[in-house]
Design a protein around this ligand. Structure first.
Ligand code: HEC
Ligand code: HEC
Length: 171
C-alpha cells in the first residue's frame, strides 16, 4: 500500500506532463483540509460568457461528484483500484486527457458507455496494468540506468502510445 502511494505520487507529477496542468496532484496534499468545493469560485457572468460545451455524460459524472471533488476517488466512485488517494475531481481529467487522448480512443474503448464501474471491457484492466507498468519503469527501471540527461527521467502513457492504441515499432 505504501509503495503504491509512492508510485502514485510520482506518477502524479509526471504522468500527463504536457497534456494538462497536473497541479492538482500537489493539491492532493491539501485535499484533506480543503472544504470549499472547487466549482464554487466561478462567477455567474463568466459562465454566461463561455457557454459550457460539456457533453451530458460528462455533466452527469461531474454532478455525481459535486461537492466531493477533494475526497479520495475510492470514496466517491464504486470501483477504484489504481487511483486510490487521488482527489475524485481529478478522475475525469485523467480519463479524458490522460487515457482517452493518449491512446486516441473514446471512453467506450475501456468502458461499457455510462456503466463506468463495470469490468466488461478487457482494455480497462489492461489500462490498470499499464499504469502499474509505467510506475515500475519510472520508479525502478529508469533509476537503474546511469548517465541519463534528466534528473528524473520519466515515461507516461503518451510516451509510447502517442495517440494510438498500438505503440509503434520498427517492424
Ligand atoms: C484506456 C482505458 C480507459 C479509457 C479510454 C477511459 N477510462 Fe475510465 N476508467 C479506466 C480505468 C482503468 C478505471 C478504473 C480506475 C481504478 O481502478 O482506479 C476507470 C474508471 C472510471 C470511472 C470511475 C468508475 C467507478 O465508479 O469506479 C469513471 C466515472 C470513468 N472511468 C469515466 C470515463 C470516461 C467518461 C471516459 C472517457 C472520457 C473514460 N473513463 C475513458 C480506464 C479508461
Ligand atoms: C513502455 C511503453 C508503454 C507505456 C508507457 C504504456 N503503454 Fe499501453 N501498451 C503498450 C504496448 C506495447 C501495448 C500492446 C499493444 C499490442 O497489442 O501489441 C499496449 C497496450 C495498451 C492497451 C490495450 C489496447 C487495446 O485495447 O488493444 C491499453 C488500454 C493501454 N496500453 C493503456 C495504457 C495506459 C493507460 C498507459 C499509461 C498509464 C499506457 N498504456 C502506457 C506500451 C505502453
Amino acid at each position: 500500500m505504501k509503495r503504491q502511494l509512492l508510485v502514485m505520487g510520482t506518477l502524479c507529477s509526471i504522468l500527463f506532463l504536457g497534456t494538462f496542468n497536473w497541479s492538482s496532484c500537489t493539491a492532493k496534499k491539501e485535499a484533506v483540509t480543503a472544504t470549499a468545493p472547487a466549482t464554487e469560485s466561478a462567477p455567474a457572468e463568466k459562465a454566461a460568457e463561455e457557454p459550457p460545451s460539456v457533453p451530458p455524460f460528462i455533466a452527469a459524472i461531474q454532478e455525481k461528484i459535486k461537492g466531493k471533488e477533494n475526497l479520495p476517488a475510492e470514496e466517491v466512485f464504486e470501483n477504484i483500484q489504481i487511483l486510490k488517494g487521488i482527489p475524485a475531481g481529478r478522475v475525469l481529467p485523467i480519463m479524458r486527457m490522460g487515457f482517452s487522448q493518449s491512446l486516441g480512443v473514446k471512453c467506450s474503448h475501456c468502458h461499457e458507455f455510462g456503466d463506468w464501474a463495470s469490468e466488461s471491457k478487457p482494455a480497462k484492466q489492461v489500462a490498470r496494468d499499464m499504469w502499474v507498468m509505467t510506475g515500475k519503469i519510472n520508479q525502478e527501471l529508469l533509476k537503474e540506468i546511469p548517465n541519463l540527461q534528466s534528473e528524473q527521467p520519466a515515461v507516461n502513457c503518451t510516451t509510447c502510445h502517442r495517440g494510438e492504441v498500438k505503440p509503434a515499432t520498427n517492424m
